[in-house]
Design a protein around this ligand. Structure first.
Ligand code: 5RP
Length: 233
């Protein structure tokens, strides 16, 4: 199976195992989470799922939900009341303890808020995302208030990170997040303690959030090239 097909497979598997009518759902961002949104929309259109209330994590997710007529709310809506039954999202890396890094699509801030407001949390990935140590291969994004870019960069370097400002592709200059901030992508050349690093990065003045997700342990669905889906609790 190619990677796109694996992403589709694993997204569908998570929806089949976890999503039921009447649920308040957090819906993630990226090329693995969006097929889950499409599948939920498909099941709703077929009448196999009812009364789904969704909280999206990005404009990408809003658009996907709008295309399928999935009713959208915010965490603050009366109908949601600040708490979700389940969130399904993708990840950039997953370690053996089901700790993740996220934010390759730049949506880490709302993704983390939504994850922590959910009673249960599921991560869908293809097998290339499984690593022994977080932060050595795929960069970890840090969302930063624009005025604090350089001081935060210096503080991250002092923690041992290589730092790169994320540049936009079809716009001159940096990526501007959905909350008007910048992203500093960081990499480490030697293993880190993810729990400690998540905490230390967020202590730097000017940091809004970082892409280490260590305190909310998800059920992880891993799609393999042979067409199987592994579940790791
Ligand atoms: C977006 C994310 C994504 O979930 C993460 O980057 C994985 O994306 P993909 O499934 O496209 O590889 O955190 O901010």
């Amino acid at each position: 199976m190619d990677q796109k097909a694996i992403k589709e497979l694993v997204a569908r598997s998570a929806v089949e195992h976890l999503v039921h009518s009447g649920m308040k759902l957090g819906l993630g961002t990226g090329s693995t989470a969006i097929p889950a949104v499409h599948y939920i929309g498909e099941l709703m259109q077929k009448g196999e799922l009812h009364n789904i209330l969704a909280v999206p994590t990005s404009f990408q997710t809003v658009i996907a939900c709008e295309q399928w007529g999935i009713p959208l709310f915010t965490l603050n809506s009366k109908e949601i009341g600040g708490e979700l039954d389940l969130t399904i999202d993708g990840a950039d890396e997953v370690d053996p303890y089901n700790r993740c890094t996220k934010g390759g699509g730049g949506a880490l801030l709302v993704e983390k808020i939504v994850a922590y407001a959910s009673k249960s949390y599921a991560i869908v990935v293809d097998e290339t995302k499984v690593v022994e140590q977080l932060g050595l291969k795929f960069p970890i994004p840090v969302e930063v208030i624009p005025e604090a870019r350089l001081p935060v960069q210096r503080a991250l370097e002092a923690l041992g990170a290589e730092v790169q400002l994320r540049e936009a592709v079809r716009k001159a200059g940096p990526v501007i997040t959905e909350h008007a901030n910048l992203l500093l992508d960081i990499r480490f050349t030697s293993p880190i303690d993810p729990v400690e690093m998540e905490h230390r990065i967020n202590q730097i003045p000017g940091v809004v959030e970082n892409g280490l997700f260590t305190r909310k342990h998800p059920r992880v669905f891993i799609g393999h090239a042979d067409g199987t889906v592994e579940q790791r609790d």
